[in-house]
Write a protein that binds this ligand. Structure first.
Ligand SMILES: [Zn+2]
Ligand SMILES: [Zn+2]
Length: 347
């Protein structure tokens, strides 16, 4: 709970007690729709923002029958129709945010906005003839993951195609520009690290931040090495947190869990979390050389439970930390018999 004035949304037309859509009304008439996702995240937040005519919809959710059912109930509860959606804005390309965009576009005719970088990822993963799964599996092979787990991850990736279909016609918008949402001007801020091309939206008079998955309460946003994207995602993430920390934020609207007020404090916690993890990993490698998969098992083992989706996140997150340590000279790695092992650098 927060100290802000919030109330459960009620419709004048819905029969009392029958419509149970998980929605919450926030100041300025914003409607938070908790769209279910079949992962441990439980739900993704969609936000409906009233415009002079219709609504702007931020991040419609993942395409599943359950999500569509919740949307249908939410529309009835708030006396809305799909055609009231005049614009769809995506903070980023992850399927739990992007997946329903095409479905809603088909029903509303609304344009779908995302960044060029975010869209490139969607095309690479779910476009015709995508080889992403093969490339990811060979990366994991180099990093010591057993074959049956790589295959399970490949199969799990395939299941997402239906959950992002149909894919939307996209219009690009860019970091650094301003757009009007709900009658106010919002700055689009580049927020990489969790997803390349992700945007946060900042409104300086209200001091509100729509933060996508970059800063989440209670959840540590995943930071993954993604094949085909150069670089050092954890460095990008930490730099982005530092930049976001410069904005004065009174209310943050995250992609998961509930809107929250202590944006700055949450950023500090996330920074400390990664620093602790980096130190722990460097210490593990000072004991003995290990593969990324070996590290991943130690760091996340009991939480993975044979879940291919979780394993992919855990493995790519482990790699992001290893890349960070290696680029800063704290660890080194070499390949022997096709498998890369990391070791601490002793000074
Ligand atoms: Zn995400
Ligand atoms: Zn998400």
């Amino acid at each position: 709970m927060t100290m802000l004035d919030k109330q459960e949304g009620k419709s004048l037309h819905a029969p009392e007690g029958k419509i149970t859509a998980p929605t919450v009304i926030w100041p300025e008439g914003w409607i938070q729709v908790k769209v279910p996702v079949p992962f441990s995240l439980k739900w993704v937040n969609s936000y409906l923002i009233p415009e002079e005519a219709g609504y702007t919809l931020i991040d419609p959710g993942l395409r599943t029958d359950e999500a569509i059912e919740v949307w249908n109930e939410a529309l009835i509860k708030h006396n809305l129709q799909w055609t009231d959606m005049t614009r769809i804005l995506l903070t980023h390309q992850h399927p739990d945010h992007y997946g329903l965009a095409g479905y809603v576009q088909e029903r509303s005719g609304a344009p779908v906005f995302m960044t060029r970088g975010a869209h490139a990822y969607a095309v690479r993963l779910w476009g015709e003839g995508s080889d992403f799964s093969t490339v990811l599996q060979s990366l994991y092979e180099e990093h010591g993951m057993p074959g049956e787990l790589r295959e399970a991850i490949g199969e799990n990736l395939e299941t997402f195609v239906d959950m992002v279909s149909p894919q939307p016609e996209v219009t690009y918008f860019d970091a650094g520009s301003h757009i009007e949402i709900g009658g106010l001007s919002w700055l689009l801020i580049d927020a990489p690290g969790h997803a390349k091309g992700q945007l946060c939206f900042y409104q300086k008079e209200r001091k509100w931040m729509v933060c996508g998955d970059q800063v989440l309460p209670h959840i540590t946003p995943n930071v993954s090495v993604v094949p085909g994207e150069d670089g050092d995602p954890l460095k990008a993430f930490l730099d982005s947190l530092q930049e976001l920390g410069l904005f004065e934020v009174k209310l943050a609207f995250p992609g998961h869990r509930d809107p929250f007020t202590d944006f700055e404090g949450r950023i500090t916690e996330l920074q400390q979390h990664h620093m602790r993890r980096l130190d722990r990993m460097a210490a593990m490698l000072a004991e003995e050389p290990r593969t990324a998969y070996g590290m991943c098992e130690v760091l996340f083992g009991s939480r993975l439970n044979g879940n291919a989706h979780q394993l992919r996140f855990a493995m790519s997150e482990t790699l992001a930390h290893l890349v960070y340590l290696e680029r800063r000279g704290r660890i080194t790695s070499e390949i022997s018999e096709g498998v890369r092992r990391f070791a601490a650098v002793t000074l």
